[in-house]
Write a protein that binds this ligand. Structure first.
Ligand code: G3P
Ligand code: CA
Length: 234
């Protein structure tokens, strides 16, 4: 089962910051999940559409420019990274799952990905764009047919993973509280990977493994990896 660092190694470092991302890289995760919000002039790595919870700033991310946001403290004196900083730090070492939260003007996002691919900063295989906004995913998949997209849900749809297959998605990302064996089996039968979020407790990790889930998003990637290793050694 794959282990993705959720908002970086956010259980031990401020979420979506450089330290959380570098720690995840050090651990050797299968991928790093981060959240993307649009600022006025750039894409920022931050979960909420408001600055208030994770920084010492206040107000909506999309009402400030990146330079202003960079002056804020995102925890332990760290900054809110830009998408470009994330791509630079990662330098194609692992898969990046970019979860689009409130991201606008996606043509700019597309250009940035294409420029980074051309510059060798990231390979197509290491990009997975996910979102709860399936309209944006549909648009992106049409615009970039090679792009791996992950359809997010926090429900058990009547037709299970059909909505993700209809999007031509690579994967379906499901709230661990709304996942079961039937959903997992259906996703597999449709040729999709199925990942669960956010899975930190050993009991939940074991359950996801039992369901045949392909990967978990965890705030504690080191501990989760160690636990999975202990299970496979049994
Ligand atoms: O991408 C999986 C998960 O992160 C989605 O929920 O609120 O943690 O971004 P949230
Ligand atoms: Ca997320």
């Amino acid at each position: 089962m794959k282990v993705f660092a959720h908002r970086g190694a956010s259980g031990n470092f401020p979420e979506n910051t450089k330290s959380a991302i570098l720690e995840a890289l050090k651990i050797g995760v299968d991928g790093i999940e981060v959240d993307i919000q649009s600022a006025i002039d750039d894409y920022m790595v931050i979960h909420d559409s408001w600055l208030d919870r994770t920084t010492n700033g206040t107000g909506k991310v999309n009402e400030f420019d990146a330079t202003t946001i960079a002056k804020l403290d995102a925890g332990n004196g760290e900054q809110v990274p830009t998408l470009q900083q994330l791509l630079d730090w990662n330098n194609d070492k692992t898969l990046l799952n970019l979860e689009l939260k409130h991201a606008f003007e996606l043509e700019k996002f597309v250009s940035q990905l294409e420029q980074n691919i051309s510059a060798g900063k990231i390979s197509c295989a290491n990009i997975l764009v996910s979102s709860f906004d399936h309209h944006q995913l549909l648009w992106l998949k049409k615009r970039l047919p090679w792009l791996k997209i992950g359809a997010l849900t926090s429900s058990i749809p009547i037709n299970y993973a059909k909505f993700a297959q209809d999007l031509n998605a690579f994967s379906v990302h499901v709230d661990k509280n709304f996942i079961n064996k039937a959903f997992a089996d259906d996703a597999k039968q449709r040729g999709l990977e199925i990942y669960a979020y956010t899975v930190d407790k050993t009991q939940d990790i074991a359950l996801m493994r039992e369901y045949g889930i392909d990967g978990i998003f965890t705030n504690y990637p080191m501990q989760s990896k160690a636990y999975l290793l202990s299970l496979s050694n049994k």
